[in-house]
Design a protein around this ligand. Structure first.
Ligand code: AMP
Length: 284
């Protein structure tokens, strides 16, 4: 397995991989790899001729006061996991290789970047879109794998690749959950034992919402209110709970077709996100 740390070296290797081991797959990550990432890497290695995993904690997507400095970093274990999975190359640039002095180009997807997390995390999706474009430009994949865990990110990146004619297939991957339903996330490492047990309420509330829709509830306001109540009862501070149209992320008042319910909530100091697909024809 090759480990590469500059865009120039990555591009050079990617040109060969793309030509000789097509299709080339990319899995962008911020490291601290867990089973959610592993599921993406597994798909990339099994569906592609070669897979590149990028590991980069992207300063541009953290606002001032967020957790850039304390974000979990487990670089050596991550490399080992990638090696074991048959990854062809890990691309792990340093921040100053990605954003050298004088760096001044940004990608904005204003419509899809505005609601949900975009309304709470200033500049977050501009940072995400910019870094993903840079990763795609360096790694030259035919396909890039993204988790539905970060649903807004997935939709926004798909829009960007279409709008900019990048010719990369964006492959959505389902959310990997713990046995109790909690979505895996690198930020779960911040939780104390007590917070971890309270955090379960987030996925539980989403599954309850899905059951309500299966039982015939169609009004978003009622489903959202029940979810907020459950989260507050579990002692979490709700950042947002919304039900949106899956492609446009516009609010849905009445559930007549597939919709995404998305939650962001604080458990102690830790902000966690999760989401679920709601479908009116779900079985009760
Ligand atoms: P991150 O390292 O948090 O930036 O995540 C890298 C990629 O892994 C993103 O596409 C995430 O959506 C995806 N991912 C993170 N957690 C999960 C999960 N529990 N299930 C599926 N994909 C995930």
């Amino acid at each position: 397995m090759k480990v590469v740390d500059t865009p120039q070296k990555m591009r050079e290797l990617a040109e060969t991989l793309r030509r000789e081991e097509a299709p080339l797959g990319l899995v962008p990550t911020m490291g601290a790899l867990h089973e959610g990432h592993i599921s993406l890497i597994d798909r990339a290695t099994s569906e592609c001729g070669a897979a590149v995993v990028s590991i980069f904690v992207n300063p541009a997507q953290f606002a001032a006061g967020e957790d850039y400095d304390t974000y979990p970093r487990t670089y050596h274990a991550d490399l080992e996991a990638c090696r074991e999975m048959g990854v062809a190359c890990v691309y792990a640039p340093r921040a100053n290789a990605m954003y050298p002095g004088g760096y001044d180009t940004w990608v904005d997807v204003p419509g899809l970047g505005a609601p949900l997390c975009g309304a709470r995390r200033q500049g977050h999706f501009r940072g995400v879109a910019t870094v993903v474009l840079k990763l795609l430009a360096a790694c030259l994949p035919h396909r890039a794998y993204f988790g539905e865990k970060d649903y807004q990110q997935l939709v926004l990146i798909r829009r960007m690749t279409r709008d900019l004619d990048l010719g990369v297939e964006i492959v959505p991957c389902p959310i990997v959950r713990e046995d109790d339903g909690m979505a895996l996330s690198s930020r779960n490492a911040y939780l104390s034992a007590d917070e971890r047990s309270r955090a379960r309420a987030i996925s539980a509330a989403l599954f309850d919402a899905k059951k309500k829709v299966a039982a015939g509830e169609r009004l978003s306001a009622a489903i959202i209110q029940a979810c907020v109540d459950e989260l507050e009862e579990a002692g979490s501070r709700v950042d947002y709970v919304e039900i949106v149209e899956p492609a446009t992320l516009e609010r849905v008042e009445t559930i007549n077709g597939a919709a995404r319910m998305a939650v962001a909530a604080y458990i102690g100091e830790t902000r966690l996100i999760d989401n679920i697909l709601l479908e009116p024809d779900d079985e009760a």
